[in-house]
Design a protein around this ligand. Structure first.
Ligand code: PHE
Length: 511
């Protein structure tokens, strides 16, 4: 039977047969210019066919470090010092003078002195008061350490295992003097088996790798010569970087779809709003802190807003002053039209739903009316990880007869359920324009926390009566922060991310 092998396996066989001895994997990879992984898989093939063997061997090698190499070239410090003494015929010298004439680094000088003493070539005495050294020998043969050092001359790096006992002793001494570098390597050795040595390579057929078999291959029978490449079908495909809708727009579209599917109609209103619609029509007293400059952006241009029909302005004025015909006492102060004419950047989209109440009045409409609004609002707020000065509200109202808080809870639960938030909780809240009022929180599984999403309630008679909406017709109202919803929806813990557009996050988002 003919053996079929991949090209690189055949190449390895050829090299091994030519060399006739074992070869290192690293050398093979270099010679064949193939990747190490490809090489190892080829070697596995050799082993599989009982053509080759593979073993690993730990190798411990030593070489001189920079300082050691320097001593090999120029001599050990003790030899250098000795030469100074001999060249200048010095038999005794103070340590200080010796240091000066030696021109050596202080540390190296003392290493040299201590080794001169060890070799018994000098002695040191303080007898004359100063520390002096005396030459005490007349022969200075090559030391064992010097002999050993020379070994590195022809062989800068060699196997530890080739050293004799005495050489190991010298190596240890050099090592103590911090002149040695140690190397640990694993050698991967490949050799041929008897079968591998004998096999006639010209009889081996090359096994080609293909990723698919063609009909020609099937018809001619050559498909047998091929090896089918395997595919990892679990690997992700290449990343597509095409343009896409911004995630916030995607979320807005989804919210829009939800309200539409629940029978609501979308409304929009102006961003530049009168204080009248933003505050007064909401029965927010004119000295209410929310109206102050710290919270609200007032505009210089246009400075004065257009107000609705005189009689409607009058009706709102009366609810503030004495409750008008709403059965309330009002706030009991003198309402000022100029304050209501101020222009602001809308602080909430409730201004827009109130405009819808005005339209309901003008058109003499009948219930039910169900509208929603997803739009920009502005507050003079310090920006941080959970606050923006410019953000978006998701607002809605239902004008209908005999509707109750239960209907409101039902609508909100259904809305959040459709968005994927299963658990919501409502708590008593306060707004000047609703009674009763509720705050809505959503359960955030990941944090195990309730997060506040916004407010809601039933508009007070002081808000609805000026627009002719009276019992049993009531207005359910709510306003939620879109960015708050988005943080949960997209699992972002910094609200600013939604508009800073971190590219990595945008890329990870679906189309
Ligand atoms: N306007 C409130 C806000 O901006 C939300 C709200 C809307 C509350 C409608 C009650 C009714 O927080």
């Amino acid at each position: 039977m003919t053996i079929r092998l991949k090209k690189e396996v055949i190449d390895i066989l050829k090299i091994l047969q030519k060399k006739g001895s074992e070869v290192l994997a690293a050398d093979l990879a270099k010679e064949l210019k193939i990747d190490y992984i490809v090489l190892m898989s080829a070697i596995n093939n050799l082993i599989e066919y009982n053509l080759g063997t593979f073993k690993e061997k730990e190798i411990h090698q030593v070489s001189l470090n920079n300082e050691g190499a320097n001593y090999l070239k120029k001599g050990l410090p003790e030899r250098k010092l000795l030469n100074i003494l001999l060249e200048n015929s010095i038999k005794e010298i103070t340590l200080d003078d010796f240091l000066k004439t030696s021109n050596l680094d202080k540390n190296i000088f003392y290493i040299g002195i201590s080794n001169l003493k060890k070799n018994r070539w000098i002695s040191q005495s303080k007898a004359s008061g100063e520390s002096k050294i005396y030459l005490t020998a007349d022969k200075f043969p090559e030391t064992n350490m010097e002999k050993f050092l020379l070994k590195f001359k022809d062989n800068p790096i060699f196997d530890y295992s080739t050293l004799s006992k005495d050489e190991i002793k010298q190596l240890d001494l050099l090592n103590k003097r911090k002149l040695i570098k140690k190397h640990h390597k694993t050698k991967r050795i490949i050799n041929l088996t008897e079968k591998g040595k004998k096999i006639d390579i010209s009889k081996i057929k090359e096994l080609k790798q293909v990723s698919k078999i063609t009909s020609e291959m099937l018809a001619s029978g050559t498909w047998k010569d091929y090896n089918l490449k395997s595919f990892d079908v679990t690997k992700p495909g290449p990343l597509l970087k095409a343009g896409k809708v911004h995630p916030m727009i995607r979320l807005i579209n989804e919210i829009r779809e939800i309200f539409l599917s629940m029978g609501f109609t979308e409304i929009r209103g102006p961003i530049i709003e009168s204080a009248f619609y933003n505050f007064d029509a909401l029965f927010q007293p004119q000295d209410h802190p929310a109206r102050e400059m710290q919270d609200t952006f007032y505009l210089n241009n246009p400075k004065v807003a257009k107000l609705p029909e005189k009689d409607r302005v009058q009706a709102v004025k009366e609810t503030h002053e004495n409750g008008g015909d709403s059965n309330s006492h009002g706030w009991g102060y003198n309402w000022d039209i100029h304050t209501a004419q101020k222009t602001v950047l809308r602080t909430h989209t409730t201004a827009t739903t109130i405009r819808r109440l005005a339209e309901y009045y003008r058109n003499n409409e009948n219930p039910p009316v169900k509208v929603f609004c997803i739009d920009r609002v502005f507050r003079n707020e310090k920006v941080d990880r959970s606050h923006l000065a410019e953000f978006t509200q998701v607002e809605g109202i239902v004008i209908d007869d005999n509707v109750t808080l239960c209907d409101l809870i039902g609508i909100l639960s259904e809305f959040y359920r459709k968005l994927g938030f299963k658990k919501i909780i409502t708590r008593p809240g306060f707004f000047p324009y609703t009674e009763p009022s509720m705050e809505i929180s959503v359960y955030y599984e990941k944090m195990g926390e309730w997060l506040e999403m916004g407010g809601s309630g039933i508009f007070r008679p002081e808000v609805t009566y000026p627009w002719g909406i009276k019992n049993p017709t009531r207005v359910l109202a709510w306003g939620q922060g879109l960015e708050r919803i988005a943080m949960l929806y997209f699992d972002r813990d910094d609200i600013r991310d939604l508009y800073i557009n971190p590219i990595k996050w945008l890329r990870s988002q679906p189309y």
